[in-house]
Design a protein around this ligand. Structure first.
Ligand SMILES: Nc1ncnc2c1ncn2[C@@H]1O[C@H](COP(=O)(O)OP(=O)(O)OP(=O)(O)O)[C@@H](O)[C@H]1O
Length: 573
C-alpha cells in the first residue's frame, strides 16, 4: 500500500529519483576518501618530511572537496525539487479526490480534518521525501563505507567500532521505538487543536454573540496543553540521543587514542592511521545519529501517509454515466422513493410518489425536519435514493451524466454560500459562459439588481468570504441569481426566499413565472404565502407525502396544511 503510494507520486520524477543517488554516492565517496588522504599526508608526507607529497595530496584533497560540494549542492537542489513537486502533486490529487466525493461521503468528514490532511500531513510526507533524498541513501552508504574503511585502515582498532555500533544501534532502536507513539499522539493532538481552531474561526460570530469566548478559550487551552505535553514527551526522547551519542564519540576517541597509542609505541600502527580511524569513527556515529533522526521522521510521516491514503481509498458512492443529455424537458417523477442517510438510520423519506410536469411550480411544505430538503436533494442526485427511483423525463436520474444534471438543474441551497471574489464571478458560478447581460438578467429576476446598482463598483464589487459584507437577504438574492444564470430546466429553491421581505419574494416569484415559464420549479418553504400559487403543493410529514394538491384543494383535504395555514394566517395576511 505504502509502496504503491510512493511509486505513484514519484513516477513523474523518475529521472531525478535515479540521478539524485548518483550525486549522493559521489558525496559519500569523497567523504570516505578524505580521512584516507589525511592518513597519507601524515604518514607518507609529514612523517617522511616529503613536502612535495603533502602539497600534491593537499591539492588533490581540495579538488575532491570541490567535487563533494558540487555533488552536495546538486543533491540539495534535486531533493528540494522532487519534494516540492511531490507535495504539489499529492496536494492537487488529494484535493481532486475530495472534490469527487459525494455529499454522503463528505457527511462523515469534518472540514478541518480534510484541511489538516491537505496541509500538515502533506507537508510531513514532503519533508520525508526531502530528507530521504538528502540522507536516506547517504547515511547507510556512509555508515557501511566508513565501517569498511576503518577496518581497512586500522584492523587492530576495529573492535572499538563494533562495540560502539552495537551499543548505539540498540539504544537508538529503544529510543525510536519508545518515542514513536509520542509522535503519533502529538500528531493527533495537533489535529484536535486544529479542529477547535477551525470551528472557532468559522463560527466566531456565534461565539461572540453568545459571549462564549471564555468557554472556547478553555476548550482551546485544554487541547493546547495536550499538544504541549505530547510534543514535550516526544522532544525529550529525542533530546536524549545527542548527549548519549557525544558520550559514545568521546569514549571512542579515548579508546582509539589509548589502544592506538600503544600500537604506535609497539610499531604496529602509524599516527596517520589513528587520525584516519578516528575520522571514520566520527562519520559512523554521525550517520547513525542521522539515521535515528530520519527513522523518527519516517514513523511520523507514515502516520500522515496513512491518513492521506484513507482519503484516496474512499470510493465516491455516486458514479455517473458519461453520455450527456442536453435537452432535459423537466418532467420529474418520484416512484416509491425511500431514503435514509446511513444504513443504521431510520428512513427519512418513506414511499414518496408524485409527478411534476415540465414548467410546473411545485411547492413543498411541512414541519421542520420532515424531509423537504432531503427530497429535493434527490432530484439533482446530491444523494441517491435508498429504494425506488427518481425519474427526469421518465428516465432514471442515474442514467444521466453529471454534466447533464448539473448544467440543467439548479439548486439554490437553504444557506446562501458565497465565495470571496467579485459579485459577477459569484453569479457566474452557476454558468461560466454567461454573458454580462445574462448575469444582469439573472440578478434582475432575483431582485438583486436594485441593490447591486447602488454599489459604486456594481457587479465588480468584491464579496468577502462567505458573503459576509452582504446582508442575509442580499446573499439570498445573489445565490438565487446564481441558480438562474444557467437557464435551468429544473430549479429548486430550498427555503431560499426566507430572508426576503414579502414584497421582494412576490416580485421574485412573478419574475420567475414570467421569465422561466418552461422551468420546473420546486419551492421549499416554511411560509404558505411562498407556495400558495404553486401548481401543486406537496405536504410532507415525518418523511411521508401525506397530501398533494393546490392551495384550495389542500385547505379542504389536508388537516396539517390547514393547521399550518391557520397558524400563519394573521402574520401572513
Ligand atoms: N446529512 C445528514 N446526515 C444525517 N441526517 C440528516 C442529514 N441531513 C438531514 N438529516 C436529517 O434528516 C431529517 C430531514 O432533514 P431535512 O433537512 O430534509 O428536513 P427539512 O424538512 O428540510 O427541515 P427544515 O425545514 O428545518 O429545513 C432531519 O431529521 C435531519 O436531522
Amino acid at each position: 500500500m505504502l509502496y504503491k503510494f510512493f511509486v505513484k507520486y514519484l513516477k513523474p520524477y523518475k529521472k531525478i529519483v535515479f540521478i539524485a543517488p548518483i550525486f549522493m554516492l559521489t558525496e559519500v565517496i569523497v567523504d570516505l576518501f578524505q580521512p584516507f588522504l589525511i592518513q597519507q599526508i601524515i604518514d607518507k608526507g609529514l612523517g617522511a618530511g616529503n613536502i612535495n607529497y603533502v602539497i600534491r595530496i593537499g591539492f588533490f584533497m581540495c579538488i575532491l572537496s570541490l567535487i563533494g560540494i558540487l555533488a552536495g549542492l546538486s543533491t540539495i537542489y534535486l531533493s528540494s525539487k522532487i519534494s516540492q513537486n511531490f507535495g504539489g502533486y499529492l496536494r492537487e490529487d488529494t484535493f481532486k479526490k475530495i472534490m469527487s466525493l459525494s455529499f454522503k461521503n463528505l457527511d462523515h468528514q469534518s472540514p478541518s480534518n480534510l484541511i489538516i490532511r491537505l496541509t500538515n500531513d502533506v507537508t510531513q510526507v514532503q519533508n520525508l521525501i526531502l530528507m530521504s533524498f538528502r540522507i536516506l541513501v547517504r547515511a547507510p552508504l556512509l555508515l557501511v563505507g566508513s565501517f569498511f574503511m576503518a577496518f581497512f585502515t586500522a584492523k587492530s582498532l576495529s573492535p572499538i567500532i563494533v562495540i560502539l555500533v552495537i551499543v548505539i544501534t540498540v539504544v537508538l532502536y529503544i529510543i525510536v521505538h519508545k518515542s514513536t507513539p509520542f509522535f503519533t499522539n502529538s500528531q493527533k493532538a495537533l489535529d484536535r487543536l486544529n479542529t477547535v481552531l477551525n470551528e472557532n474561526f468559522t463560527g466566531i460570530r456565534a461565539v461572540k454573540a453568545f459571549v462564549r469566548e471564555d468557554y472556547e478559550i478553555n476548550k482551546f487551552d485544554k487541547k493546547n496543553e495536550n499538544l504541549y505535553s505530547s510534543s514535550t514527551k516526544a522532544s525529550l526522547a529525542t533530546a536524549l540521543i545527542m548527549p548519549f551519542l557525544m558520550l559514545c564519540v568521546n569514549f571512542g576517541i579515548v579508546a582509539s587514542l589509548y589502544f592506538g597509542g600503544q600500537f604506535v609505541i609497539g610499531g604496529t600502527l602509524a599516527v596517520g592511521q589513528i587520525v584516519a580511524f578516528i575520522n571514520y569513527l566520527l562519520q559512523i556515529l554521525v550517520s547513525l545519529l542521522i539515521s535515528g533522526m530520519l527513522l523518527m521522521n519516517v514513523s511520523r510521516a507514515i502516520v500522515s501517509v496513512k491518513r492521506i491514503i484513507e482519503i484516496h481509498d474512499m470510493q465516491p458512492d455516486i458514479t455517473y454515466k458519461t453520455e450527456t443529455v442536453d435537452n432535459i424537458k423537466g418532467d420529474v417523477t418520484f416512484d416509491h422513493v425511500y431514503f435514509k442517510y446511513s444504513d443504521n438510520d431510520e428512513y427519512i423519506l418513506k414511499d414518496i410518489n408524485f409527478d411534476a410536469k415540465a414548467g410546473e411550480t411545485v411547492g413543498i411544505i411541512g414541519l421542520t425536519g420532515s424531509g423537504k430538503s432531503t427530497l429535493a436533494d434527490l432530484i439533482p442526485r446530491l444523494y441517491d435514493t435508498t429504494k425506488g427511483k427518481v425519474l427526469i423525463d421518465n428516465k432514471d436520474v442515474k442514467e444521466y451524466s453529471e454534466k447533464s444534471l448539473r448544467s440543467q438543474i439548479s439548486i439554490v441551497l437553504q444557506k446562501a454560500i458565497l465565495f470571496a471574489g467579485k459579485l459577477n464571478t459569484n453569479i457566474r458560478y452557476g454558468n461560466q459562459s454567461a454573458s454580462d447581460i445574462e448575469v444582469e438578467e439573472a440578478a434582475e429576476t432575483a431582485q438583486a439588481k436594485e441593490f447591486i446598482d447602488k454599489f459604486p463598483e456594481k457587479y465588480e464589487k468584491f464579496i468577502s468570504q462567505k458573503g459576509s459584507n452582504l446582508s442575509g437577504g442580499q446573499r439570498q438574492r445573489v445565490s438565487i441569481a446564481r441558480g438562474l444564470v444557467g437557464e435551468p430546466k429544473i430549479l429548486i429553491l430550498d427555503d431560499s426566499t426566507s430572508a426576503l421581505d414579502a414584497k421582494s419574494e412576490a416580485l421574485v416569484k412573478e419574475a420567475l413565472a414570467n421569465e422561466h415559464k418552461d422551468t420546473t420549479t420546486f419551492i421549499i418553504a416554511q411560509k404558505i404565502s411562498s407556495i400558495k400559487t404553486a401548481d401543486k403543493i406537496l405536504v410532507i410529514d415525518a418523511g411521508k407525502l401525506i397530501s398533494i394538491g393546490t392551495h384550495e384543494e389542500l385547505l379542504k383535504s389536508s388537516e396539517l396544511y390547514k393547521e399550518i395555514y391557520e397558524s400563519q394566517l394573521g402574520k401572513e395576511a
